[in-house]
Design a protein around this ligand. Structure first.
Ligand code: PGA
Length: 248
């Protein structure tokens, strides 16, 4: 059974005050939601404990990144084990902002995946092409290569901890969304690649991310291979985020 998932990626936004206001309202809205969607809130790491207290049992918590190492002299890093120990069930790995701004390669992301799996976290692996790559007709090739590299160490029952988010780089924070048909085409191709890799592809949740808003979420989520969303900007406004959670 595929899980329907909506994850809120706050990125480097927020404060104690924002957490209090936003999560309070989200919690009230989620209490009325009965469409089977699993909600994950992924604030900056410093706010995880506070958000956890505020949201109660209705949402999972996640971290925006984990280290590719287990523990040790890596100033500033947070390990997968620490995230799990602090109540997180999910971690994003390979977000395009990490790839672009911090030079994360597929090899580093593969190490993060293996650390995350060792800590029993559910991983939201982000993949996606740039505008240049899309215009050159390379979207599926790029995404396939990212999947194969980042997930090459995954096997057996570990697959059930893998969630993939297709996030075309040109759609993130830009207000441009892939059309539902374009997104579905990539999602369908990703499911085939995952099946070739030995994953139980029909059971994996594949999310779409990139300018998901209340007015486009329903059409995206209605696609046969789109099982939810990774939400940036719209996750910072409770009414928008809740409307997206309701859009199944
Ligand atoms: P956006 O971000 O919804 O603001 O486009 C999505 C993401 O980067 O995860």
């Amino acid at each position: 059974m595929r899980r329907k998932i909506v994850a809120a990626n706050w990125k480097m936004n927020g404060s104690n005050d924002l957490a209090d206001a936003l999560v309070g309202e989200v919690r009230e809205g989620l209490a009325k939601l009965d469409n089977g969607v699993e909600v994950v809130i992924i604030p900056p790491a410093l706010y995880i404990a506070r958000v956890q207290q505020l949201v109660g049992e209705r949402a999972w918590l996640g971290v925006q990144d984990i280290a590719p190492w287990g523990e040790g002299a890596y100033t500033g890093e947070i390990s997968a084990g620490m995230a799990a120990d602090s109540g997180c069930r999910f971690a994003i790995v390979g977000h395009s902002e990490r790839r672009e701004l911090f030079g994360e390669t597929d090899a580093v992301i593969a190490d993060k995946v293996s650390q995350g799996l060792a800590a029993k976290l559910n991983l939201i692996l982000c993949v996606g092409e740039t505008l240049h790559q899309r215009e050159a007709g390379l979207a599926v090739d790029v995404v396939s290569a990212q999947l194969k590299e980042a997930l090459k160490g995954v096997s057996g029952s570990d697959w059930k901890h893998i969630v993939v988010a297709y996030e075309p780089v040109w759609a993130i924070g830009t207000g441009k969304t892939a059309t539902a048909e374009d997104a579905q085409a990539v999602h369908g191709a990703m499911r085939s690649v995952l099946a070739e890799m030995g994953a139980p592809a029909q059971d994996l949740s594949l999310l779409y991310g990139g300018s998901v808003k209340p007015n486009n979420a329903a059409e995206l989520f209605a696609q046969p291979d789109i099982d939810g969303g990774l939400i940036g900007g719209a996750s910072l406004k409770a009414s928008d985020f809740l409307a997206i959670c309701e859009a199944f």
